[in-house]
Design a protein around this ligand. Structure first.
Ligand code: C5P
Length: 316
């Protein structure tokens, strides 16, 4: 597909600002490792009001220049391997021209390497911001296709809300639900690598006493969302990667228990961790829970968020 208009202007006032949400998986059901090196998933994504911002301004032709602000940046590559840079390059190559250039700035709030898909959110935001900046003739399906190529968790932040994910987590169907849910997130001192958690999952699944791996999503999650019932949702939360994350980071079990003792309706490791996500019954319960968790030595910081929220949104 041709670019509608390839602007040579470097006027930085032509700026596009996109806000992208973090996610938690309300259910993360993991099948056995397949021949492609990935695990088939059945998952329920839920977008949270914890956002990164991607700001795109015109750049020198053929260049993608990345700057970042926020916490934990020492663990984020600032070169061509950054997923947001790869997203901009892929978009230019497939739907624009190699002459397109951009300056990308990432304002990061989503915890880095936290199991909340922050890097994937940035890539999703970069796709949308660059498509707008370069005025490309792309439709949402085009961006979704590129997103899935970039990583399993990249398509969901484009969509937001609640969604069922299958395949590697990239085949999405929106899930209708009611209600707004209050969450507290307990951030850990150090990140966890997603491939390392999946590897530990495989080791644990190979044990003779292991339960069979299954991608079947329990009905209880969708039922709780349909009824807007936070108590039921708290009980229904499920993460098949949690045992592997706890095996790698035993202190996370203490955080989960402390949150339940402090009144959380449900507690789980978010995605591949190490962030722990707690469902609270109300905004004030979330404030109390957040204060209790913030006192734990195993917790670096806490954040409060609500969900579901919309996917990638252009702010101006
Ligand atoms: O797709 P993405 O690059 O985000 O995945 C990172 C790594 O996580 C993969 O290389 C793979 O080791 C693991 N993974 C997996 N099964 C999935 C998604 C990711 O094993 N469904």
């Amino acid at each position: 597909m041709e670019a509608k208009q390839i602007s040579a202007s470097k006027d930085p006032s032509q700026r596009v600002r996109v806000r992208v949400p973090a996610k938690v998986n309300l259910a993360l059901c993991v099948g056995s490792l397949a021949d492609d090196g990935y695990h088939p998933l059945g998952t329920v994504f839920h977008a949270l009001s914890l956002f990164d911002e991607v700001i795109a301004t015109p750049g020198e032709p053929g260049t993608v220049v990345l700057t970042m602000s926020g916490e934990g940046l020492e663990d984020v590559p600032a070169d061509e391997t950054n997923l947001a840079v790869r997203a901009a390059r892929l978009l230019a190559q497939r739907h624009g021209s190699p002459d397109l250039g951009v300056r990308l700035h990432l304002k990061k709030t989503i915890p880095v390497a936290g199991g909340m898909a922050g890097g994937s959110a940035d890539a999703a935001g970069a796709l949308l911001a660059c498509a707008m900046l370069w005025d490309l003739d792309t439709i949402p399906d085009d961006l979704h296709e590129l997103a899935a190529e970039l990583g399993s968790d990249v398509p969901f932040p484009l969509m937001g809300g609640n969604a069922i994910g299958r395949g590697h987590g990239d085949q999405l169907v929106p899930l209708l639900g009611r209600g707004t849910y209050h969450w507290v997130l307990a951030l850990a001192h150090e990140g966890l690598s997603t491939p390392a958690v999946f590897r530990r999952f495989d080791e644990m699944a190979a044990r003779p006493d292991a339960a069979p791996a299954s991608t079947e999503i329990p009905c209880a999650v969708a039922e709780a969302l349909a009824k807007a019932d936070p108590q039921a949702l708290g009980k229904a939360l499920r993460n098949d990667l949690q045992a592997a994350a706890l095996d790698l980071r035993p202190e996370l079990a203490q955080i989960l228990q402390a949150g339940l003792d402090a009144g959380a309706l449900g507690a789980m490791v978010s995605g591949s961790g190490p962030t722990c996500a707690f469902l609270a019954g109300s905004e004030s319960a979330a404030m109390d829970l957040s204060a209790a968790l913030a006192k734990l030595p195993q917790v670096r910081a806490t954040r409060r968020a609500t969900g579901p929220v919309p996917g990638a949104t252009v702010l101006g």
